[in-house]
Design a protein around this ligand. Structure first.
Ligand SMILES: Cc1cc2nc3c(=O)[nH]c(=O)nc-3n(C[C@H](O)[C@H](O)[C@H](O)COP(=O)(O)O)c2cc1C
Length: 145
């Protein structure tokens, strides 16, 4: 079985700023390097000022990573949404996929938008659905060259 963990958090920087996009690039570079070695996969959604991340892998690897992520100063209010056991990975092709544009600009259902702004209250299934849609969108974009 594969463990899948979803959490949300608030960025301690503005992801849309120039410095913010450097932070994101660094996070993703570390994530991709480490995750491919550790057999981890997943997807990171970056909103206006928040993150929602899906992590998948062996239970010990997922827990170990989440413990490190918890203490990362680039975000705060880390909130574990759910951990569950799954048979197959949903993001097996992604050492860490990500969409880094503010989600407010994406065609999301109103349920995905924090309400009131800044309140992180996204149900697990909504986050998974949104990450899957983004992963699909990115695969299609890269297939088109
Ligand atoms: C929102 C967010 C998501 C992250 N996702 C990952 C990840 O998927 N994999 C990873 O190795 N590090 C990730 N990191 C970085 C870790 O918190 C940590 O800095 C990194 O794993 C290096 O840890 P180390 O210095 O203890 O080796 C993330 C950080 C943030 C803020």
């Amino acid at each position: 079985m594969i463990t899948q963990l979803v959490y949300t958090s608030s960025a301690t920087f503005d992801p849309a700023s120039e410095a913010g996009s450097r932070h994101i690039a660094q996070i993703l570079e570390t994530a991709r390097r480490h995750n491919s070695q550790a057999g981890l996969s997943g997807f990171l959604l970056v909103g206006g000022d928040w993150f929602a991340q899906v992590l998948e892998g062996e239970a010990a690897a997922v827990t170990g990573l989440f413990r490190r992520i918890l203490f990362d100063h680039r975000h705060m209010n880390v909130r574990l949404i759910e951990t569950r056991a799954i048979r197959e990975r949903l993001f097996g092709e992604w050492s860490m996929g990500s969409t880094i544009e503010p989600l407010y600009n994406l065609p999301l259902s109103p349920m995905m938008k924090p309400s009131p702004p800044g309140r992180l209250d996204f149900p697990f299934d909504r986050i998974i659905a949104c990450a899957l849609r983004e992963a699909q969108r990115m695969s299609e974009a890269s297939a088109q060259g």
